[in-house]
Design a protein around this ligand. Sequence first.
Ligand SMILES: Cc1ncc(COP(=O)(O)O)c(C=O)c1O
Length: 374
Amino acid sequence: MIYFFLVDINTYSTWLEIDLKAIKNNAALIREKTGVEVMAVIKANGYGHGARPAAQAAIAGGATWIGVARIEEALALRRAGISCKILVLGFTPAAKVPEAIEHNITVALFDPELARNYLDYVNIHGGTLHAHLKVETGMGRLGMNPALVASFLEGLKDTAIQVDGIFTHLARADEPHSDSTPRQLAIFDTLLADLERKGLKPEKVHAANSAAVLNFPQSYYDIVRPGDLIFGMSPTGDTLPAGFKPALTWKARIISLHNFPAGQGISYGSTYVTSKEERIGVMPTGYGDGFRRAENQQVLVGGKRVNIVGRVCMDQCMLQLDSVPDAKVGDEIVLIGTQGDETLSVDEVAKRWGTINYEVVCGLADRLPRIYNE
Ligand SMILES: Cc1ncc(COP(=O)(O)O)c(C=O)c1O
């Protein structure tokens, strides 16, 4: 891991600064607000922030579980020394069951056929496979039909698959006034009551993603499962409650400056042509870094918003710097974050790209250095 205070950021032309204190703070706030265990969801390289440091910071803030999408992510965290409980929320191939057992990784069960395949591997390998059962209540994605759950759990009794938890996923928790979440929770609660009566209810129950943490206290159960909120991002794009802090800043440096005369074409296709003498800077960031090839974009230079002109290239794009006459080569550019009194939020960038903050951070390329500020 690279620590902020050890790194000479002058050596980078474009980089991410990740505030681990913010992640720790956000995990602690969620723990305090909900009063239940926190499973920090750090799939997709910790929403682009870096899985291991993000997991460590969330654990330091009180998270007792880490949620990931794939077993490869869980195994990488184990190799990196993360020893807390890890749940793979998505599909785990049966052939990976021995590694799940060896590394004490909990898998999601959602299909009786797949569970039978798992049992074959468990029986050959030995040991106990820990699992949480995922139930379909309205997301229309992964999950077992609630009508099958009791007999499925009954069938797993006295086998080497131990179902320690049961969970569901909410489709519209970002819509506090929709009746979708109450309907999903009603289906889930009916099932839980039935399992309780039959002595089949698994120990841990969970349902709440970030939006549900903010909007639906009745979904907290034993564990909440936030991802976006852990990183100080809003699952709705709206302002977050006081206390949550964004963890990510994206920066670059001006690497070249020109005073071009009128009539100069800028970038591929010359879609922008200078109309007078113009000051044009080069930013060493492009779509190869996850910065979209979109039109009408802005970044911050000298505490001011400046326009990107011409097409975004793979590794560079150009800035119109007439409003910042003092700008010089080496000056810092902010693509996401704050500079002086101006802020460019990840949600503003997402809006420009016609997407959501989740996709912006998941698209941050591996080649961007990540500098961790503890
Ligand atoms: C099953 C599951 N739980 C929790 C989360 C976390 O969601 P969010 O980042 O909205 O909190 C996700 C993310 O997509 C998920 O797939």
